[in-house]
Structures are given as structure tokens and as C-alpha cells.
Design a protein around this ligand. Structure first.
Ligand code: NAD
Length: 311
């Protein structure tokens, strides 16, 4: 692992701990305080070369800052090590495009930590949207309302980009995943920014009939995620948080009018375990499709478009 901060310790290590045949071998984080202890059986590596070493590790998990993600992933892919990077994968789409090329040219798997697309709730939403009775999706609303982080991040001078990289990457990944990776173009973006944070709406279109509205902020009192999709067949699927999905329509077929409620732990609700199940599966089978990394690239392209429109 490269980076051993709060997210790794609170969410990623417990999720990886679910896999009996996966062992955290080495950790590199030059800013670790003395009070932080490495997981049982793992070693702290003083240098990054002590981790990016195909003789010592079968895969690498990187969760630090966007710049570290890019530098470490580039080195790891060149060394032929399957690599998982947390979001944001990089500071912009150009850097991500370079990582995608490296992944393709070296035949080395690259995954990005967009955990929500592995959550039980969103997986159900996508399954319903892709079913033949749903028809074509016309309208998608995604609300991604965070309460933190606020203020400058990762030493980036462009605080608005840092906000988008931190929050909007998740929201755009959810929108792209729910619309089965139809390329989305930014129609308009409107944000209000204050000393405390940002709140705004992004309108996107996909082809001639799909319209997507993403509402974003880091000023909410607590985290909330919602999604509603409506189809040309009069169907609606609604996700409230990550624990409830309601299906709605005008006939009485099986799922219509029904709902699903999660009965699993917070780690499972957020999709952290499933995202690693998918990553380790690709690592073990050495066969992969670029879906996750291409979706991450498209999300960063949307962020670049918003910043371009704003300037
Ligand atoms: N998917 C999610 O739900 C989710 C949630 C929270 C955070 N994250 C992402 O995880 C990443 C880490 O976030 P965090 O909240 O744990 O932040 P954090 O600040 O707690 O941790 C970052 C860690 O990276 C380390 N680091 C900095 N430079 C490094 C380098 N050159 N080499 C190795 N380690 C280095 C720091 O010392 C720190 O321990 C971010 O990219 C963030 O966006 C994802």
C-alpha cells in the first residue's frame, strides 16, 4: 500500500481484511506518525521502491493525494504491478489518459476506487435500468451532498478543482455507471462558492434523449446520496441513501411497486468489499476490461469541462 491515512485505516484495511487469501505485505507512507501501527504481519517500507517491487508484491493499493496517485501508479504500471488507486485518480483528464495508456501498453490492470458503483443499492439500480421492461432512460437526477472535506486539499491552489476532484468524481461516476457508460457532455454548470465550500448543479446530456442533473455540495450537515431515474416506458427507480431502492411503474410486473432495503454493515453498504473482490479477481485471473478506468477518465473529462466553462 502507498498512503496509510484515515480512509485506508478506517475503510480499506477492514475491507481487504475480508479476503482470507490477501495479505497486506508492505506499506509506504513517509508522514506516518509514531502512534500509527501497521496491520498485523505487514512491514513499513522506508522508500517507495520498497513497495513498487514486483518480486515482493502481487498488487498495489494507492490512497494518498492525486499527485501521488499519478506518480505511484505510473511507476507501478511500468513495473507490471496491477494497481488500485483511490479517487481522484489524478489531477486532470490528461494525467488519467496517460495512466490508461500505460495500463493498455503494459497489459497491467488499473482500477479506481469509485466504490459506490459496487454498492448493493447502486448495483440494483443499474440492473433495473438495464432490464428490458425499463426502456430507455430519459432523466437521471443524482444528489451528492457531502459535509466534508471543506477548504483547500492536497496542497492544490485551485480549491474549486480540489472540491470537484474530491466530491464530484463520485457523483459523475455514479451518473456514468447508472447510464451504462453513455458518454456525457456538460450542458451547463452553476456553482455558488463561499469561504466554507461550494454548492451547485451540473446539467449533462447523453445522446439526443438523455438528460442528467447532478446536484453537488460539501456544505450539507451530513453525507447524503440520492438518485432518481425515469424512463420512456414510464418506469422510475429511486435510491435513497445507500440502503433503500424503490421501483415504480404503471403495471403490476414483479418488481414494480416494490422496494429493497439493505441489511448489511456500513463497509458492505458502501461497496468497499465488492470493489476489492472485483480488483483481486482481475489480479488473480490476469484478464481485465478497462471499464472502471475508462469511466474514471470520463469523470475527470467532465470536471475539466466544468472548469473550462467557469473560466
Ligand atoms: N472512496 C471513498 O469513499 C473515499 C473516502 C475518503 C477518502 N478517499 C480518498 O482516499 C485518499 C486518502 O484520503 P484520506 O481521507 O485518507 O486522507 P489522509 O490525509 O488521511 O491520508 C492521506 C495519506 O497519504 C499520505 N501521503 C502523502 N504523501 C504521500 C507519499 N508521497 N507517499 C505515500 N503516502 C503519502 C499521508 O501521509 C496520509 O497518511 C484520497 O484520495 C481521498 O480522496 C476516498
Amino acid at each position: 500500500m502507498i498512503g496509510f491515512g484515515a480512509h485506508v485505516r478506517e475503510s480499506l484495511v477492514p475491507a481487504i481484511g475480508r479476503f482470507a487469501d490477501v495479505h497486506i505485505a508492505r506499506i509506504h507512507d513517509p508522514y506516518l506518525g509514531p502512534s500509527v501501527s501497521a496491520p498485523y504481519g505487514s512491514q513499513i517500507a522506508a522508500t517507495v521502491d520498497g513497495v513498487i517491487d514486483p518480486k515482493r508484491v502481487d498488487a498495489l493499493v494507492i490512497a494518498a493525494t492525486p499527485e501521488v496517485h499519478y506518480d505511484s501508479a505510473a511507476a507501478s504500471l511500468k513495473a507490471g504491478i496491477p494497481t488500485f488507486i483511490e479517487k481522484p485518480a489524478s489531477v486532470d483528464a490528461d494525467a488519467m489518459r496517460a495512466l490508461c495508456s500505460l495500463s493498455e501498453n503494459t497489459g497491467t490492470y488499473l482500477a479506481v476506487g469509485h466504490n459506490y458503483s459496487f454498492s448493493p443499492a447502486l448495483t440494483r439500480v443499474q440492473r433495473f435500468i438495464q432490464s428490458s421492461d425499463f426502456g430507455e432512460i430519459l432523466n437521471l437526477n443524482v444528489a451528492f451532498h457531502g459535509s466534508k472535506p471543506r477548504g483547500p486539499r492536497w496542497g492544490m491552489t485551485d480549491e474549486f478543482r480540489a472540491f470537484l476532484l474530491s466530491h464530484a468524481t463520485h457523483a459523475f461516476d455514479i451518473a456514468l455507471f447508472s447510464t451504462s457508460d453513455v458518454p456525457l457532455e456538460v450542458e451547463s454548470a452553476s456553482f455558488r462558492s463561499s469561504r466554507n465550500g461550494h454548492a451547485g448543479t451540473v446539467l449533462l446530456s447523453g445522446g439526443s434523449s438523455l438528460s442528467v442533473c447532478v446536484s453537488l455540495t460539501n456544505l450539507a450537515p451530513r453525507f447524503d446520496l440520492g438518485l432518481t431515474a425515469i424512463s420512456n416506458a414510464g418506469r422510475r427507480v429511486r435510491m435513497s441513501g445507500l440502503s433503500r431502492v424503490e421501483y415504480d411503474g404503471s403495471d403490476s410486473s414483479d418488481r414494480i411497486g416494490s422496494s429493497w432495503s439493505a441489511s448489511v454493515s456500513a463497509t458492505d453498504i458502501a461497496g468497499y468489499v465488492e470493489q476489492f473482490s472485483d480488483f483481486f479477481h482481475h489480479v488473480q485471473n490476469q484478464r481485465w476490461t478497462p471499464t472502471v478506468m475508462v469511466r474514471a477518465l470520463r469523470g475527470l473529462e467532465i470536471i475539466d469541462q466544468i472548469i473550462h466553462l467557469r473560466s
